[in-house]
Design a protein around this ligand. Sequence first.
Ligand code: MRU
Length: 341
Amino acid sequence: MIQWQNGTVITPDQTKLPLQEVTLEIKTVEQMAEAIKTLRVRGAPLLGAAAAFGIALAAYHSKAHSKEKLLVELEDAGAIIKRQRPTAVNLFWGVDRVLNKARGFSGNVEELKAVVIEEAQKIADEDAQQNHAIGKNGAVLIKDGDTILTHCNAGELATVEYGTALGVIRAAWEQGKKIKVIADETRPLLQGARLTAYELKRDGIPVTLITDNMAGYVMHKGLVNKVIVGADRIVQDAVVNKIGTFSVAVLAHEHGIPFYVAAPKSTFDLAHKASDVVIEERKPEEVTHIGSHQIAPEGINVMNPAFDITPLKYVSAIICESQVYYSKDFGKFKDEGKRAK
Ligand code: MRU
């Protein structure tokens, strides 16, 4: 959920939801960087659009008189954005797509500004369309009466519009399928409890919240037919997504429950393998505290990886805007990766 309005980026502050609906008005690349770092703006596809709009802000507010000077400022803005989070590939993809457009442009400085802003808007518009296509492609896999477990938030908040995993759920619901959702709370930052539960409840899609450690129990009890999650990066041999996704995938495998991943092609990074991916390590306070309330002893050692790696052997299908890749198709990823290099 993000909009460009005459040099200002408008988007919800996701750290405040669900208790407060606060709208951010981002005017500088530094403000965008802060919003990305602190997860006010989050979710891989949204990060792609936010990164692109970050460069557009630098262009819009630039006082540069020459194209060369403007290009230097845009490169600097790109470097600032890329430093904020290492794992979701969309962030890098969004910066590079806009910068490549700028580098190859031969017009004057004012025209270059317009081209950069136009390219960022194009990225946002395409993301919205792609999510509707993902929803349509994925809804085929969802049956009337299914109960679908999801992890983290891959909804409209995490994208420009509609969502990826929640886009599939929305499309199935809009087709009249009577489905239910089980949302994992997603410790430590509670994207499931705060954001997925908020979106689905608001839209009237039946949702039940559980803590992450209840997923095995609900599967064992036969209360879940399908799992669907989003992704931060899809590499040749794995899906990288919010910490806890791997555990859910292994549990689904053990219980014979299909495990689906929904993501746009902008999340695919087939030139790389899981071992190449940098997993973001976030600050210990996210684990030792819930909100501002301390729950662990002072000075305790903490690990806080924000993402994990699910090998493709646990994935039943990957739904993107152009097609559904089933496990028999995953072998092609290596060759696609070679072509992408
Ligand atoms: O740390 P976050 O909240 O940005 O992590 C988000 C996720 O892991 C999502 O599942 C992923 O980005 C897909 S969003 C459509």
